[in-house]
Design a protein around this ligand. Structure first.
Ligand code: PLP
Length: 398
């Protein structure tokens, strides 16, 4: 079989759609500072405001509720750190003695590490457990909600295992307790229907580079009349809510990407769901002793996460890479040890299976031939890695 390049890491990032690239190349002409009052400045500003309107209509929001940021991580930080905004005199997330945060054990590090920071400066943080599929434990959630809860932050869809939460219900429960609700929708926008009228959330974050737009640009949605504290202080950009000269090129690219995904999402999702099913069935048929991670139905159509018992994820990843196949493992190499994925561990799997997890995330360019290639290359790799596992179980960061 001829070697091919198969990129199955679309949850990490996506390539630019060719039309996005073209729109960005054209936008190089709009070099002026969009805050400048002269004609070139106004042209750049108008282009940005058109994107704001486009995004607002896509999400069923209003343009004033859309704030451009530098990335999904910044959007998440902005919302969570409102709990700790210093000397805030306004009606704010941090007001009325509501100082507690509720989040989940499977959030992206931009939420979990921010929660850890808030805890380090004295905020009580409740980290909710999830079930074996990665769904939030509703009983634990209801028990954690109280008159002290300031903010709840629960992700829309998980980046590692793809599990989708019932955000509408979770937001309703937060509101019943008088708390505000944020969702990290970085993996959801451009992949799932996200209707802000229906969801009722107060804050929502997303990022341009997960739906064939550029990196280094994100959005924070803030519902009208909800408290807001600036995270990046400085100029008056974004109506004084986020300082920094606006990234015209990236914003235009993200706008184009959303426009395209609006048209293509249904078709892409159907195709990806079929390809994911083919990959899943092929793996189940060809490789024994595996565990499928994530929810069987409430899951991103492009994401398949599999644990291979007795085989370390990093070794599988490196052998697949040698064959031209790019995937991801949840483990992170930190402080000289290989940490198993916090997401897989939270679903109750033991450290060994968590170590052996591989995320296949498909996208717009994935073909049947790609999946057939993976199904041909993966079984002998797993066999090889499993046979070497005594050598590879000596610990340490490899
Ligand atoms: N949240 C989730 C669920 C993500 O998957 C990611 C990126 O992988 C982020 C937040 C961070 O987004 P960004 O890379 O734009 O900072």
């Amino acid at each position: 079989m001829e070697k091919r390049s198969v990129y199955l890491d679309y949850n990490a990032t996506t390539p630019l759609h060719p039309d996005v690239k073209a729109a960005m190349v054209e936008a190089f002409e709009l070099f002026a500072n969009p805050s400048s009052l002269h004609d070139p400045g106004r042209k750049a500003r108008n282009a940005i405001e058109m994107v704001r309107q486009e995004i607002a209509s896509f999400l069923k929001a209003s343009p004033e509720e859309i704030i451009f940021t530098g990335c999904g991580s910044e959007s998440n930080n902005t919302v969570l750190k409102m709990l700790a905004c210093p000397g805030c005199s306004k009606e704010c997330v941090c007001s009325k003695g509501r100082q507690e945060l509720i989040t989940t054990a499977i959030e992206h590090p931009s939420v979990l590490h921010t929660a850890r920071y808030l805890s380090s400066i004295g905020h009580r943080v409740h980290i909710l457990p999830v079930d074996s599929y990665g769904k939030v434990d509703l009983k634990a959630y209801q028990a954690a909600l109280s008159e002290r809860t300031g903010l709840v932050s629960i992700m829309f869809a998980n980046n590692e295992i793809g599990t989708i939460q019932d955000i509408k219900l979770l937001a309703q429960l937060a509101h019943q307790a008088g708390a505000l609700f944020h969702t990290d929708a970085v993996q959801a926008v451009g992949r799932l229907k996200v209707d802000l009228e229906e969801l009722g959330v107060d804050y929502l974050s997303f990022s341009g580079h997960k739906f064939y737009g550029p990196k280094g640009v994100g959005v924070l949605y803030v519902r009208k009349n909800r408290p807001f504290c600036t995270f990046i202080h400085g100029g008056h950009q974004e109506s004084g809510r986020r300082a920094g000269t606006m990234n015209t090129l990236a914003i235009i690219g993200m706008g184009k990407a959303l426009q395209l995904i609006k048209e293509e999402m249904g078709e892409i999702n159907q195709r990806l769901a079929n390809l994911k099913a083919k990959l899943k069935e092929g793996i189940l048929a060809k490789i024994p002793d595996i565990h499928l991670n994530g929810h069987p139905t409430d899951s991103l159509p492009n994401t398949l996460n599999v644990s291979f018992n007795g085989a370390e994820g990093e070794s599988i990843l490196l052998y697949l890479d040698l064959e031209g196949i790019a995937v991801s493992t949840g483990s992170a190499c930190s402080s000289g040890t290989l940490e198993p994925s916090h997401v897989i561990l939270a679903t109750g799997l033991g450290a060994e299976l968590a170590h052996g997890s591989i995320r296949f995330s498909l996208g717009r360019e994935t073909t049947e031939e790609d999946i057939e290639y993976v199904l041909a290359k993966l079984p002998p790799i797993i066999e090889k890695v499993r046979s070497m596992s005594t050598v590879y179980s000596s610990g340490g960061c490899r």
